[in-house]
Design a protein around this ligand. Structure first.
Ligand code: IPE
Ligand code: IPE
Ligand code: MG
Length: 242
């Protein structure tokens, strides 16, 4: 019998689209008596490891929750640290992403960020737009409820210009979501032991497999992703059937 293991991902059922709620940076730092910024920095290292591992395992799309529409409630200095790390990540890793044929995408209302950061993000997305390999989608100022409200607004505007309301079905809504161009979400992982979605991909998670792991995000790595994908391959997805 061939058993798919974390060490033989080529035998495993690989999810096409994995999303991760990267949680626990603050607790990681606190446990080491370090400032929260050190936890967020270590979190960026985990992003590097996990995006490389996802590519190596053949995941088509990886969506990472980096900043939620509710994270504006944090102290200004922490928000500015997070923005600084985002700048640092894009500047230092764009060459590798380009070289690896990765398509960088953004979901969320990132245009509310500072203008220089918006420009940096737009340039990075544009520079990888011609790539044909795996998708790395970063959720920036993302909130699923705001995403759905925006979709509803756009559809309402289309109705005003002649779209018959009866044509608004699941596919029509999906086409208006920030994730419209991504494959269906197969696996949603949250680190740090919290068991909630915190306004992430509410629509898209309808039939995703949910996985809550206790590991704090900075300790999550390629092996941890392989273990999650292995566990995913052993789940039975029924989609309401029997
Ligand atoms: C996740 O770690 C990073 C972001 C939300 C940007 P946290 O900063 O939420 O870490 P905890 O939950 O306080 O440990
Ligand atoms: C979710 O984590 C958002 C990100 C990982 C970017 P939070 O730490 O902000 O979520 P809550 O506040 O615990 O629900
Ligand atoms: Mg948190």
């Amino acid at each position: 019998m061939i058993v798919a293991t974390a060490l033989s991902p080529e035998l495993a059922v690989v999810p096409r689209h994995v999303a991760i709620i990267m949680d626990g940076n603050g607790r990681w730092a606190k446990g080491r008596h370090l400032p929260r910024l050190a936890g967020h920095r270590a979190g960026v290292e985990a992003v590097r490891k996990v995006t490389r591992a996802a590519r190596a395992m053949g995941v088509e799309a990886l969506t990472l929750y980096a900043f939620s529409s509710e994270n504006w409630r944090r102290p200004a200095d922490e928000i500015s640290d997070l923005m600084g790390l985002l700048r640092w990540f894009i500047r230092s890793d764009l060459a590798e992403l380009t070289q690896e044929n990765v398509q960088l995408r953004i979901i969320g209302d990132y245009r509310r960020f500072q203008p220089d950061l918006v420009t940096l993000v737009d340039d990075a997305v544009a520079r990888t737009a011609g790539n044909t390999g795996p998708i790395l989608a970063i959720a920036l100022n993302y909130g699923a409820q705001a995403e759905l409200a925006a979709a509803a607004r756009r559809l309402a505007a289309k109705v005003l210009t002649g779209l018959p309301a009866e044509q608004i079905d699941e596919a029509a809504i999906e086409a208006e979501l920030d994730t419209a161009a991504l494959p269906p979400l197969d696996l949603l992982i949250r680190t740090s032991g919290e068991q909630r979605l915190s306004n992430f991909l509410l629509w898209q998670a309808a039939y995703a497999e949910l996985m809550f792991v206790d590991t704090l995000w900075p300790d999550f790595d390629g092996d941890a992703l392989a273990a999650a994908i292995d566990a995913f391959g052993r789940r039975e997805r029924r989609y309401g059937g029997r």
